[in-house]
Ligand binder design. Structure first.
Ligand code: AMP
Length: 508
């Protein structure tokens, strides 16, 4: 099934319902959305001469046209390559060359920035600004019928965030995207016409994937006018749109509730914040629940298994009576309905409950492999299981707790130390706003533990108070040997803390 069918189906049933919004303004209903996508699909296969399977990159800051371009690409049987708009020109060049994209849809500023690449990259024929009249005219071309595709055909090349090495293109098929969408309905939430998703996080990543269930059910895609996350603007949109939903990185949840605009804001319209993509510490989720009520769902996934490995449902997050509430809030929840998840040792044998190993997953949602990278595909999908590179352990009830990515683990004196545990402990100190723990080379021990701490405003923190706080909770050998106070943690464009950069700082 072509995933673009989701739009065709909803447009037939609810043509007059609002579909796309820019800030508080509705810019297209479902009939208009579907007609424009069908016209643009006609232009892609006709005037622009693209053939089934050709790659089309979308390099756009969050914008309503993203949805029209994305569905046009799918309707036409082409492959979408959504690229994070905040990347550097060199990274755009790498991705465009790697995927051999013939066409780029870009927002105006980015189209200008990308112009130089058209001369350098032989496969890249056209860069279209979605804010130009020429693009608008393409949407008026004769409509192309929904193209038949095989479920295994490629729909989305999802470039990994590349926190280590060059980004790789995870090949997601139409079936993978459908599986992710159905799994959302099974485990995350349900929707009715008129619900909305507010894209404060990049549409090219998790927030965009969560546009699909809303399109399936006649909901609204709301793009903030800022094109991103501004807490005051986000709160204004929540007050405006009933049943508003979000996908947030955990750091965004923290920023929203710490914003001065949060005091007195009307958040009654908020239906759910789905958080994931990085660790949510227990102390932070407790603060968030106290501020907004238990309107949260957690997901753990990765580009290679989009948004779908394990999850904490709203019911689990609400369950204050659970005897192990702390552990559950600090976990990433249970296996999602449509996948199998295991924790394995270095030889790929499952380890007993309670033991740490690598998290592996299989199911219909798991990617087909990496684009033109047979070696990485074979390594990552060996034995038919996706090897996530994340370390974790299951408990008796099936809750998975992530430790760290294998490369972030600290080995000191031959003992494995998981930074996450130390971070969890230190974050319970009221003076700590954010924290990241990494290993530093030590001639005797191999590595030693160092903590980078962002203090809360006005907090008078000293290494001694933090050391005491830490040793009250966890074993002495795990405590940081040094605390480094900084104003902010280095993060990538998805809000993930760059531990590689912190480790680099320690080498200087
Ligand atoms: P990406 O493919 O860029 O979405 O990155 C996926 C990685 O982010 C995973 O392999 C995990 O290391 C991390 N991640 C995703 N969701 C969570 C979560 N809920 N808690 C902790 N880490 C997460």
């Amino acid at each position: 099934m072509n995933i673009a069918r989701l739009l065709a189906r909803t447009a037939a049933t609810y043509p007059a319902l609002p579909a796309l919004a820019y800030g508080k303004k509705i810019v297209a209903n479902y009939r208009e959305f579907a007609d424009q996508a069908a016209g643009l699909a006609g232009a892609l296969r006709g005037r622009l001469g693209l053939n089934p399977g050709d790659r089309v990159a979308l390099i756009m800051k969050n914008h309503p046209e993203y949805w029209i371009a994305l569905f046009a690409v799918w309707r036409a049987g082409l492959v979408a390559v959504p690229v994070n708009a905040k990347l550097h020109l060199n990274e755009f060049r790498y991705i465009l060359e790697n995927c051999g994209s013939r066409l780029v849809f870009a927002t105006a500023e980015l189209a200008a920035e990308l112009a130089s690449l058209a001369k350098e990259l032989p496969t890249l024929e056209t860069i279209l600004s979605v804010e130009d009249a020429a693009y608008q005219a393409l949407k008026q071309e004769p409509a192309l019928p929904l193209q038949d595709v095989d479920g295994d055909d490629l729909a989305w090349l999802f470039y990994t965030s590349g926190t280590t090495g060059k980004p790789k293109g995870a090949m997601l098929s139409h079936r993978n995207l459908l599986a992710a969408t159905l799994s959302y309905f099974a485990d995350v939430t349900s929707h009715d016409p008129g619900d909305c998703i507010i894209h404060a996080a990049p549409q090219t990543h998790g927030s965009g994937l969560y546009g699909l269930p809303l399109i399936a059910k006649g909901g609204i895609q709301v793009t903030p006018e800022s094109g991103g996350f501004d807490p005051a603007e986000t709160l204004g949109l929540i007050a405006h749109y009933p049943n508003s939903c979000f996908f947030f990185a955990p750091t965004m949840v923290h920023r929203l509730i710490s914003s001065p605009a949060f005091d007195g804001a009307d958040t009654r319209n908020l239906k759910v914040i789905v958080y994931g993509g990085g660790p949510m510490y227990e102390a932070d989720i407790r603060r968030a629940i106290a501020a907004l009520g238990p309107r949260f769902v957690q997901i753990y996934g990765q580009g290679e298994s989009p948004m779908t490995i394990t999850g904490l449902t709203m019911a689990m997050i609400r369950d204050e009576q659970h005897p192990r509430r702390s552990e559950i809030l600090a976990s990433v929840g249970v296996e999602r309905t449509d996948v199998e998840v295991r924790v394995v040792d270095a030889n790929d044998n499952p380890v007993p409950v309670g033991e740490v190993g690598e998290v592996v997953v299989r199911g219909d949602v798991v990617m087909k492999g990496y684009w033109q990278n047979a070696e990485a595909t074979e390594e990552t999908l060996r034995g038919g299981w996706l090897h996530t590179g994340d370390m974790g352990c299951f408990d008796e009830e099936g809750f998975l707790t992530l430790k760290d990515r294998s490369k972030d683990m600290i080995i000191s004196g031959g003992t494995n130390i998981y930074p996450r545990e130390i971070e969890e402990a230190l974050l319970t100190h009221p003076g700590v706003a954010e924290i990241s723990v990494v290993g530093r080379y030590h001639p005797d021990w191999g590595e030693e533990v160092v903590a980078f701490v962002v203090p809360r405003e006005g907090a008078a923190l000293t290494p001694e108070t933090l050391d005491r706080h830490c040793t009250e909770q966890i074993a002495r050998f795990k405590r940081p040997k040094e605390y480094i106070f900084i104003d902010e943690l280095p993060k990538n464009n998805y809000g993930k803390v760059l531990k590689t950069e912190l480790r680099e700082r320690l080498k200087r």
